[in-house]
Design a protein around this ligand. Structure first.
Ligand code: TXA
Ligand code: MG
Length: 342
């Protein structure tokens, strides 16, 4: 059920459902979250079951006010205060030592907790009305692209959850940056909506967690699982002369075929035939537009049932780093001919 919690009846319905231990999805500026009462362990367990999520992949607790932080985190270093003051509410998640009130179901058995204050009035209204933090992973079935519209959540969960608070399209479109403040040096576990440079400007150099080897304990447990994958194989377009090279490939690509490409690539393609589906990601000069459009484009390609997807690589600067982190995970390099592997 779609909920409009600016109406008192809908807010009361959502809060009552959460208090009963049911799940209510909520909008944030990054992606929609699948919410449960963060202090109700059974409700948090239900999140794992609904998503098909492995139980060692912990949940983020979403808070509405700075005072909520001290209820759930044990040690709050100065760097946490600096980052929170600069970027909350916003697309930043802090990993801190947890208090006992944070269950092992939320923390995935770790002694830390991930906390974030979302930059969305509806989300914070819901958290305040509930009076507890909202546990919430992205509101997609595990392995599906993250949801950036209420309709995406409804598609994945239908009537299996109590409702979806409709907040329209998510502004940022990729998930939050996760910073672990329990290690020395501090570490970015997942690039996201706040670029690394802005974090380092405040707290100094941080390490960036690379891909986790299979036999190594992952830093952000979620990073080891297959993510964001559309149904069809996706091929990454890099290097020069992309339009020219796609046109050669299109001659024998199976139909329907999909493309998530930039204005600059699209400009070179000429007239597009009907069985070729283009999702325009905007200009290379504006990676924030591409981040905003990525997950919706992937879901459209799934809905159309394309057989192959071609996707532009973006400059890895600013939010382009988070964008390419997602794109790298869902695509494989495309080699258009053996003499020219660019
Ligand atoms: O933008 C976001 O962060 C969205 C919105 C809904 O807030 N949420 C989100 O949640 O992306 P999820 O569950 O899809 O991803 C959370 C990531 C996972 O990779 C998880 O392993 C990691 O955060 N994580 C959670 N708690 C952690 C902890 N205590 N230590 C290390 N990593 C943690
Ligand atoms: Mg997720």
């Amino acid at each position: 059920m779609l909920l409009d919690i600016s109406r008192e009846e809908d807010l009361a319905f959502a809060v009552a459902a959460l208090r009963r231990g049911e799940l209510v999805a909520f909008p944030t500026e990054t992606v929609y979250g699948l919410g449960a009462d963060g202090f109700n362990e059974d409700a948090c367990r239900a999140i794992y079951a609904a998503k098909g999520r492995p139980s060692d992949n912990p949940l983020i607790l979403h808070i509405a006010d700075m005072s909520d932080l001290r209820d759930i985190a044990e040690e709050i270093p100065e760097a946490a205060v600096d980052l929170a003051e600069a970027f909350w509410p916003g697309p930043l998640t802090l990993v801190l030592k947890k208090r006992k009130v944070v269950s092992n179901t939320v923390s995935g058995g770790l002694d830390t907790v991930a906390v974030r204050m979302p930059d969305n009035d509806l989300a914070r209204t819901l958290i305040r009305a509930l009076g507890h933090p909202l546990a919430g992973p992205s509101a997609n079935v595990s392995g599906h692209p993250s949801p950036t519209l209420a309709a995406h959540v409804a598609h994945d969960f239908g009537d299996h959850i109590a409702g979806v608070v409709d907040g329209g399209p998510c502004r940022v479109g990729v998930e939050s940056t996760i910073v672990d403040l329990t290690t020395s040096p501090y570490a970015i576990l997942r690039p996201g909506g706040i670029p690394r440079a802005r974090i380092e400007a405040l707290i100094g150099p941080v390490t960036m967690a690379g891909p986790t080897a299979a036999d190594e304990a992952p830093k952000a447990p979620g990073m080891k699982y297959r993510h964001y994958a559309p149904e069809a194989p996706a091929y990454l377009l890099t290097g020069e002369r992309r339009a020219e090279r796609i046109l050669v490939r299109l001659a024998d690509a199976p139909r329907p075929v999909g493309m998530l490409i930039a204005d600059e690539t699209l400009a070179g393609l000429g007239e597009i035939e009907p069985e070729v589906f283009v999702w325009n990601m905007g200009s290379f000069a504006h990676p924030e537009d591409a981040a905003h459009r990525l997950f919706e484009g992937l879901r459209r390609m799934d809905a159309i049932g394309v057989k192959e997807i071609y996707i532009d690589a973006w400059p890895r600067v600013g939010i382009g780093e988070a964008l390419m982190n997602r794109i790298d995970k869902l695509s494989q390099p495309w080699c258009w001919n053996k003499e020219d592997p660019s």
